[in-house]
Design a protein around this ligand. Structure first.
Ligand SMILES: Nc1ncnc2c1ncn2[C@@H]1O[C@H](COP(=O)(O)OP(=O)(O)O)[C@@H](O)[C@H]1O
Ligand SMILES: [Mg+2]
Length: 294
């Protein structure tokens, strides 16, 4: 891809390194994402997925390299980037409705809020209705089930109309049935509102089911640096693959297909199996937005 095109993509991450002390966590990450994509990021636990997400959010800075949105280096967290965590995205002392409204309220002066309050409350109620939560809008987070809390958290993030929605293992704490409901809910919202989603999970099945694209991050690979304890190797993008077109929805039926199982096997081996190490030159970076600087 020509350099100019990459820079105008919605999200552009280039040559990003992140160290904590002497330990390299992210080891030269290159990633570019266009609007409308649902990019599912998988990787072994502890490989740096949340770290990468915090860099995109602007909560932390990379040790080197750059993170751009629409060609501009990102600053501290703002409304352009919405976030849903596994837990605790909601404020415990606010009702579901007030949690949804909070972002807008904080961004307004007192008089402006007074003027807009009614209209925004109506809008927030519509969103809560959309999420099947209209009967619970006065409830506090502790009065809601895990699944209901995550519904409100997703709606809260969407209400600020972010350019990109970041989700960090948002359904990992839910039971399998609720989790499946939430996956469908996410896909519905993604289609309905033309969302762009960066979805972090360590669940391969979830990633392959949800994503229009799958990116695997892993520290299990070989390169010119050789082996040995003295080499501090961080995670790289070891696989970046197109799964389905933007705008096309996935049916839960794909989960039982042979191709689905095969793809999961392949990614499990390439990204999760410490005994199987691909050389950096053999990485499968076939997505059209995929790139690698050397
Ligand atoms: N603030 C921090 N200070 C030091 N080490 C950290 C910090 N945050 C994360 N780490 C380390 O960085 C690695 C990657 O963590 P994380 O991004 O949370 O992984 P993942 O989300 O893939 O499970 C882990 O080894 C973790 O212990
Ligand atoms: Mg994490």
């Amino acid at each position: 891809m020509p350099d100019k095109l990459k820079k105008i993509n919605l999200l552009h991450i280039q040559d990003v390194f992140k160290k904590y002390g002497d330990k390299v966590i992210l080891d030269d990450i290159d990633l570019s994402m266009g609007p409308g994509e649902l990019c599912a990021v998988v990787g072994p636990s502890g490989c740096g997925k949340s770290t990468l997400l915090r860099l995109i959010l602007g909560q932390e800075r990379s040790t080197s390299g750059q993170v751009l949105m629409n060609g501009t280096p990102i600053g501290p967290p703002d409304v352009d980037r919405g976030i849903v965590y596994q837990k605790y995205s909601l404020f415990p002392n606010l009702s579901a409705l007030d949690n949804v409204l909070l972002g807008k309220k904080l961004g307004m002066w007192f008089w402006q809020w007074r003027e807009e309050k009614e209209r925004l409350t109506e809008q927030a109620m519509e969103f809560l209705y959309r999420a099947g939560m209209s009967a619970h809008f006065t409830k506090y987070p502790y009065q809601l089930s895990g699944g209901q809390q995550q519904r409100v958290a997703v709606i809260q993030a969407l209400f600020a109309q972010p350019k990109i929605l970041l989700m960090d293992e948002p359904f990992s704490a839910l039971d399998p049935g609720t989790r499946e409901d939430m996956q469908l809910f996410t896909l519905e919202l993604w289609e309905e509102y033309n969302l762009t989603i960066f979805f972090v999970t360590h669940d391969l099945e979830e990633a392959v089911y949800l994503g229009t694209r799958i990116v695997a991050l892993s520290q299990y690979y070989t390169d010119a640096r050789g082996e040995g304890k003295e080499v501090s190797r961080g995670a790289k993008v070891v696989l970046d693959k197109h799964l389905r077109d933007v705008g096309s929805s996935a049916s839960p039926d794909i989960k039982s297909t042979k191709e689905f199982a095969e793809l999961i096997r392949e990614i499990r081996r390439d990204a999760f199996d410490p005994a199987y190490r691909q050389h950096t030159e053999k990485f499968s970076l076939t997505h059209r937005h995929s790139f690698k600087t050397v």
